[in-house]
Design a protein around this ligand. Structure first.
Ligand code: NAG
Ligand code: NAG
Ligand code: NAG
Ligand code: NAG
Length: 733
């Protein structure tokens, strides 16, 4: 579970040489809404006075804010709808999207489950089957829960015996969920619903009687994800099945630390509860409770503290008796596995099970087949999957993969089989199965997905390493048709994220496919600093006072593509979401000359005030906070809202920019986008700016998680239409 700001991955490709239609729009002139400027709002940051004339846009419920949103949509919608190839784009996206998507099957109790989407269903459907080759039956279909697909499954856990299913539902893309409990055999829900749940870990006691989960107290006003109130005072609770939530007991709380979030997991053996508080987006403390001493779980659990300082990540993997295995980056920026004896947990007694690899990042580990560990490494941004010996950590075998990503895995310590899901730029999905009862442990293809009308042989994906401003070598994937002419004439879509230790690994994307096939584009994904592609060092090199490196790496990616004649500035679109929205917005302020268009999705754009809303305070670990004068000075240098420059001539004109947000985004609240677009439109009034600067504000949608397919296709159609119009691209049928 992460409360962090992450990108919605958009996404890939085909071809043909048919008649092309020119889609160059008439040069529209824009009458941007005149947003009221309140020059009286001035904050004093450590002696520096900063105006915030659009403070009023921070109130999502005021009529004035609603009117502003309406006025913005009123100029954006006609621009997007005027795209002469809108229906071509939409039809092609819809056609390519319509292929079946599957998750790995997983066994719970004596049944198998898997998620499937037939192609265009708004939400994935959970199926059950009695055996791997048995007839699948629908177990839970979220599509039946709302007319428009805006209710989504968000988190779920089966009991150990597979008899009960706890599942979270979120509405309109909000982070808030309600937890429901289902009797697996009958398919009937228990009467109780658990409310006020957000950023929740869920873990069942191994006697199958109750659920540990984290929740927030009642808050005043709305709690539907359209509010901006800070999330505080999370508690870890225990819910006994088939009782009302009002009878739940608080088992762990830290009343003096209102901003902590409390993760918890019952160990594989059922004896211990591992408790891991976190205050931002890295580093956690570690405690445990011995449940065997408190089988009734009737109140606060006595905790033994293992880790006392926020200085590293610790993630429970499994345990053998009192010896628990954790994945950590303590003294190991690329992560290692350690053993902690809970009977003797002092740090000097910890042992290393799998040492840190000098270059590959140990991304996750999972115990399987009783005595083995599956280890997922990230090696130069590509997945490596291995089987190791659980008792001594030694490598047993590699599970060979092509260049790409493991995007799904299922397997448990007590089960003798695993499944893993592979994906890449040109591979929509292959699910492999390893049966450990058979030797050798050969992976077999369990299921392979095909996309109608997509011929991977016409495309190529490669990885290059380019030099950033300070000489750092940065990896970048470049995907395009094989016959791409390197004459600078191709439209390019550069997608980046650069934060929060997150890896942007290869994935399959129908939207990028349309861009490559029909707009003759090249897609580039630079794995810039701030991400976790090379472990904690890569992350540290792009956070706090090093954040400018992230932007420099991104600009250098564009310069590399120009230099190598893939494209030219006026044909470059940059795109990013969330922390990636910050990236794109900072880059258009810093180098407007380098890009033709920019897509800023659900971005963090007011760097002086982000920590004041919902879960924003958790991002201080990546950004720092304006409450600290050193960080204030640093944030002020790149904060997109505070670095807008009216263009003095055509060269410094902003790229055509589309800012996207939605009314139920309670991760990165919409006020960031609203204040930014108001300031941007104000700054260019009467200037040399000709290219459009627009905002698209969606309704009944959030940060991206759980978005129904219909809304995703609409949004991607609009993004491709915006790029097509703004860059005067031709749609090749
Ligand atoms: C739109 O304006 C640009 C720059 O002013 C110009 O180069 C272009 O020819 C115009 N396009 C049309 C279709 O009028
Ligand atoms: C906001 O608009 C609604 C509907 O137009 C109106 O009834 C209400 O009085 C307005 N509220 C304020 C504070 O102006
Ligand atoms: C793990 O190593 C131990 C000790 O060398 C050995 O006895 C055991 O058979 C190994 N297990 C596996 C699954 O290879
Ligand atoms: C402000 O941040 C700097 C740089 O991270 C740090 O050294 C300093 O201790 C912080 N100051 C306060 C008052 O927290």
């Amino acid at each position: 579970m992460r409360a962090c700001v992450y990108a919605v991955s958009v996404c890939v490709l085909l071809q043909c040489v048919c008649a092309s239609t020119s889609s160059a729009p008439k040069n529209m002139s824009f009458e941007y809404p005149e947003a009221r400027r309140d020059e009286t709002v001035v904050d004093d940051y450590h002696g520096t006075k900063i105006k915030d004339p659009y403070r009023w846009l921070e109130d999502p419920d005021s009529n004035e804010t609603k009117e502003f949103i309406e006025a913005e949509n009123k100029i954006t919608r006609p621009y997007l709808d005027a795209c002469p190839v809108k229906s071509d784009i939409n039809e092609r996206l819809t056609e390519l999207w319509n292929y079946p998507k599957y998750s790995c099957p997983f066994r719970r109790g004596d049944r198998y489950f898997f998620f499937k989407n037939t192609g265009l269903q708004n939400q994935n459907v959970l199926y059950v089957q009695d055996s791997l080759d048995g007839e699948p039956r629908v177990f839970l279909d979220p599509n039946t829960l709302s007319e428009d697909g805006t209710i989504a499954l968000s988190g779920s856990r089966f009991t150990e015996d597979g008899a009960t299913f706890a599942y979270g539902l979120s509405a309109s893309g909000s982070d808030w969920i309600t937890i429901h409990l289902k009797d697996v055999a009958t398919g009937k829900d228990y009467p109780e619903v658990l409310e006020k749940v957000k950023f929740a870990s869920m873990s069942w006691s191994k006697d199958n009687k109750g659920l540990f989960y984290s929740r927030y107290p009642e808050q005043t006003g709305k709690t539907d994800g359209s509010e901006t109130e800070v999330n505080r005072d999370q508690k870890l609770c225990y819910h006994r099945l088939n009782t009302p939530q009002s009878e739940d007991v608080i088992v762990v709380e830290f009343p003096e630390e209102p901003l902590w979030r409390i993760g918890a997991e019952v160990t594989d053996c059922g004896r211990y509860l591992i408790v891991s508080p976190v205050k931002d987006c890295r580093d956690n403390l570690l405690y445990f409770a011995d449940l065997s001493k408190h089988p009734d779980v009737s109140g606060l659990l006595p905790l033994t503290q293992i880790v006392h300082k926020f200085e590293a990540d610790y993630e429970y993997v499994t345990n053998e008796g009192s010896v628990a295995i954790f994945r950590t980056n303590k003294n190991a920026p690329n992560y290692r596995l350690i053993k902690i004896d809970l009977d003797n947990p002092a740090e000097e007694n910890w042992e290393t099970l799998i040492p840190e690899h000098p270059s590959d990042v140990l991304d996750w580990a999972s115990a399987v087949d009783n005595d083995k560990l599956i280890i997922h490494y990230v090696r130069d941004v590509k997945s490596v999957l291995q089987v190791h010996n659980l008792s001594n950590g030694q490598l047993i075998q590699n599970l060979p993969l092509e260049v790409g990503s493991v995007v799904g895995f299922s397997g448990k310590k007590e089960q003798r089989e695993i499944f893993y899901h592979f994906m890449s730029f040109l591979t929509p999905g292959v699910i492999y199965h390893v049966d450990f009862t058979k030797t050798p442990h050969e992976p077999t293809v369990f299921r392979e997905v095909k996309v109608k009308g997509f011929d991977a042989s016409q495309y190529e994906a490669k990885q290059v390493f380019y030099s950033s401003k300070d000489g750092t070598k940065v990896p970048m994937f470049i995907v395009s048709k094989k016959d791409l002419a390197l004459d600078g004439s191709n439209p390019a879509l550069i997608y980046g994220y650069g934060g929060f230790n997150i890896n942007i690994q290869p994935s399959f994307s129908v939207t990028r496919l349309v861009f490559m096939q029909h707009l003759r584009g090249v897609v580039a994904i630079p794995n810039i600093r701030g991400g976790g592609e090379y472990g904690e060092r890569w992350h540290n090199a792009g956070r706090l006072l090093n954040k400018q490196n992230v932007f420099d790496d991104f600009q250098a990616a564009a310069e590399y593509l120009i230099e190598e004649k893939y494209t030219k500035p006026e044909l470059i679109t940059i795109q990013g979401g969330s922390n990636g929205g910050l990236l794109v917005a900072a880059c258009i302020n810093q180098r407007p000359d380098l890009y033709g268009a920019a897509i800023v999705q659900v971005g963090v754009l007011d760097m002086l005030r982000f920590q004041k809303f919902t879960i924003g305070h958790a991002w201080v670990s990546d950004y720092g906070s304006s409450d600290n004068s050193t960080h204030f000075q640093n944030l002020l240098k790149y904060s997109p809202l505070h670095n807008i420059q009216p263009p003095s001539d055509e060269r410094s004109e902003y790229p055509a920019t589309l800012v996207l947000t939605a009314d139920h985004d309670d991760r990165v609240v919409p006020l960031h986008s609203l204040k930014f677009i108001a300031a941007l439109q104000h700054a260019v009034r009467g200037s040399a700016q000709r290219r459009p600067l627009l905002a698209r504000v969606d309704t009944k949608a959030g940060h991206g998680g759980g978005k129904p397919t219909a809304k995703i296709i609409e949004e991607h159609t609009d993004i491709l239409c915006f790029i097509t119009q703004a860059l005067h691209l031709k749609f090749v049928k």
